[in-house]
Design a protein around this ligand. Sequence first.
Ligand SMILES: [Zn+2]
Length: 345
Amino acid sequence: MSDLVIRRPDDWHLHLRDGAMLEGVIGDTSRHFARAIIMPNLVPPVVTTADADAYRERIVKAIPGGDRFEPLMTLYLTEHTEADDVARGKESGLITAVKLYPAGATTNSHGGVRDLDKVMPVLERMAKIGLPLCVHGEVTTPEVDIFDREAVFIETVLDPLRQRLPELKVTMEHVTTKDGIDYIRSSSGNLAGSITTHHLIINRNAILVGGIKPHYYCLPVAKRESHRLALRAAATSGDARFFLGTDSAPHVDPLKECACGCAGIYTSINTMSCLAHVFEEEGALDRLEAFASLNGPAWYGLAPNEETIRLIKRAEPVTFPAKIETGAGPVTVFDPMFPLYWDVA
Ligand SMILES: [Zn+2]
């Protein structure tokens, strides 16, 4: 197969940032994707529906002319979030999900939740009105090894929370371990997981072998090969509980290439080419549409996109820029370390 038409995809986990960076990156998403769930970890974070409304306006203004793209807004859950404000956001159609960052888990997450008891009234209201909780599923206690953060989170935070509030719909975002995949597969409902492009392609060797490679560093950090294979199996299985969330997360190069580099990988521009490559390798091109275009909307209660995109396998490799220039500075593009032949026509 060298020609594939699928429904236009959506990205169920995306960082667009703000200002000059937003303007520099949004076109790479809106070119291919119809919708994206927009992460709220700005400085300061998007905490209230008023914040989300203002951020949505800035995003809409930055969309290149001619592109049809709908940002799906989220709220950053804090211990001061008000249930009424969240409910109003859902009712007005502005808010698609609420995001839980354990304090300190990733970029700009220091305002996150330390004590789940303090946010239970909000979570209970969300369960009642059917608003999903998106979780960054990692514990941040210093005693826990960084490669074990996800597995420990499932055992000590996520599973107890889901037992306490089984009515709450939870998206485990950017699943990186076999533990996460197995946990989602074994659940009886109200649980799904997004998987990034890069976690299907790299394991932790990409970051650490032959010198430290900051552009492969992200959070959750890539794990060992057996985990990558479990992610591939889940993504290409057609199981409706798994869908694409790129977690494309731009940082300017000086903030990646330094003594304490930021976490994040920029994949918006070549995600569809990378995914077609991965799905072809797994003999699952016929399931790419489910992963990128159907399972996500079904989980979030939205209709799949009517429009389609066409992927064509070229005879010669498709080239992407090594970095894109934004008004905020250069951003290095994810290098999958193999040539890409699939192209969005
Ligand atoms: Zn993210």
